[in-house]
Design a protein around this ligand. Structure first.
Ligand code: PLP
Length: 486
């Protein structure tokens, strides 16, 4: 039988394509048993260490190698990730990470000890220096630090740099302005840096309300934090005017560049008037993310802010690369040069794609979001959008709709944020998905849309694990078999 078009099937009122996740149920109630239930739990190992330094036994289950391999394979089949299917989790840029970067990072000569002398680390320093330059070019910035280990850490670093700049000018400012639709980390970073956070409402088109901005700006404004396209996927058309307004009161303009794949090769925050920004290499530049990292959130700055960069920074002197301490550095924000192997992967990804590949990525990120939006039967209140859109589940609860989508072999979008769209489904398919996969996604959206209240409340049904108590899982995670046993 030939492949059927999932969209066509859905419209014929039949079930669209779906897959059933492996569940490895061994009896009515038990899923894949714990290793401790599979094997004997005492292992005695002869140790060459002195007796007072060793335990008599380690509570490790003893299972044979094939059992062990099958156990972990089964668990992985009960899971879902970017290698299982589409993952359109808005604002998170969950895309497949090509394996050639992993091969590079796994090479023995890539694992250099950070205390090795500079002379013996020239290759490492060169890669880092080149990446500083690539990112500066991509963002339209004058200098880039690679130290921060995540996007949020980049924001915090960037705001500390802004603070150090104002203080160096004898300018004691107390406020950072953040649009109400901004990523939650923006508010947290500004507050952690000691600022009062002023929340800025959106206008009726979902963009920065310039009148409200005018009212919020003052001599107390240290910075305005903005992302463009914003969390609704909309381009802030008044960005030049906004930049002038902020600069006129002596403030700095911060760019949250977590979702830069909408702009790659087409527009640069530096050219729009931004003074400081962060990049998420684990989103835009396809280094792995999720599960808490490791990632990297490099920070770019304009020339006036270069001397405040974290210590150390890397520069090229003659034909050698060296670390130095910027004159008025904010200090260290991470150990050594940052997450080196993650940065190596970002360097490899950018080099492999080149200018034309990066420009192609932003085209596809925007095309895919717009194609998917066209296919689904949901209201999308704000547009035109770029790399993501925010649909409304309308009468349905967005979380229910999302759970139902799981039954069709896709990961659902981000739900209930930004709050400006009721029952928000914030959807970012990313540039890597094929038309066929986008059609599968569209079918999952529409299957959720046409599901009865009863089905929705009960979903998901085809996954290895049914609906869980998300609040309990987040507040009280049981991450080990000991915790489960208790
Ligand atoms: C993901 C994201 C961040 C935070 O990045 P982390 O690496 O998760 O700390 C900040 N802003 C926006 C818009 C994001 O999407």
């Amino acid at each position: 039988m030939s492949q059927q078009d999932p969209v066509e099937r859905a419209s014929e009122d039949e079930e669209p394509l779906h897959f059933e996740q492996a569940s490895w149920q061994t009896s009515e109630e038990t899923y894949e048993p714990l290793l401790s239930e599979k094997g004997t739990s005492e292992v005695t190992v002869e140790s060459p260490l002195p007796d007072d330094l060793t335990r008599d036994s380690v509570e490790l289950p003893e299972v044979e190698e094939p059992e062990l391999a099958r156990h972990y394979t089964r668990l992985s089949e009960m899971n879902y990730g970017v290698e299982s299917g589409p993952f359109p989790l808005g604002s998170c840029t969950m895309k497949y990470n090509p394996k050639f970067t992993e091969d590079l990072a796994a090479r023995p000569d890539a694992s250099v000890h950070p205390d090795r002398s500079e002379q013996a680390s020239q290759g490492t320093l060169q890669v880092l220096h080149e990446l500083q330059g690539y990112l500066a070019d991509i963002g339209g910035m004058d200098a880039v630090t690679l130290q921060p280990p995540a996007g949020a850490a980049g924001e915090f670093t960037g705001i500390l740099i802004a603070k150090a700049y104002h203080e160096a000018n004898g300018d004691d400012r107390s406020e950072v302005i953040v649009p109400e639709s901004a990523h939650g980390t923006n508010f947290a970073s500004a507050a952690m840096a000691g600022y009062d956070v002023v929340s800025l409402p959106s206008d009726e088109n979902g963009r920065v309300d310039t009148e409200a901005l005018d009212a919020a700006l003052s001599e107390e404004t240290a910075a305005l934090m903005l992302t463009n396209p914003n969390t609704l996927g909309l381009f802030e058309r008044d960005i030049e005017e906004i930049a002038d307004m902020v600069h006129d009161v002596g403030g700095l303009l911060y760019y949250d560049g977590a979702n830069l794949n909408a702009l790659l090769g087409r527009a640069r925050p530096g050219d729009m008037g931004f003074d400081v920004m962060h990049y998420n290499v684990h989103k835009t530049f396809a280094t792995p993310h999720g599960g808490g990292g490791p990632g990297a959130g490099p920070v770019g700055v304009v020339e006036e802010l270069r001397e405040f960069l974290p210590d150390p920074h890397i520069r090229e002197e003659g034909d050698t690369y060296e670390r130095y301490t910027p004159e008025r550095t904010i200090g260290k924000v991470h150990g050594y040069d940052g997450n080196w192997l993650v940065l190596l992967k970002a360097h490899a990804y950018i080099t492999r794609l080149g200018d034309s590949g990066l420009t192609d990525a932003s085209a596809k990120a925007v095309l895919n979001a717009n194609y998917l939006a066209e296919q689904i039967d949901y209201e999308i209140p704000f547009g035109p959008f770029h790399h993501e859109f925010v649909a409304s589940a309308g009468e349905q609860d967005a979380a229910d709709a999302a759970k139902r989508m799981l039954d069709f072999g896709v990961h659902p979008p981000t739900t209930k944020w930004p709050e400006i769209v009721p029952e928000a489904l914030m959807t970012e398919p990313t540039e890597i998905e094929s038309k066929r996969t986008l059609d599968q996604l569209a079918a999952a959206f529409d299957a959720a849309k046409s599901s009865s209240g009863e089905t929705l409340a009960d979903a998901p049904n085809r996954t290895a694990v049914g609906r869980i108590d998300q609040t309990e899982a987040a507040r009280n995670p049981r991450l080990s078999w000991q915790a489960l046993d208790e």
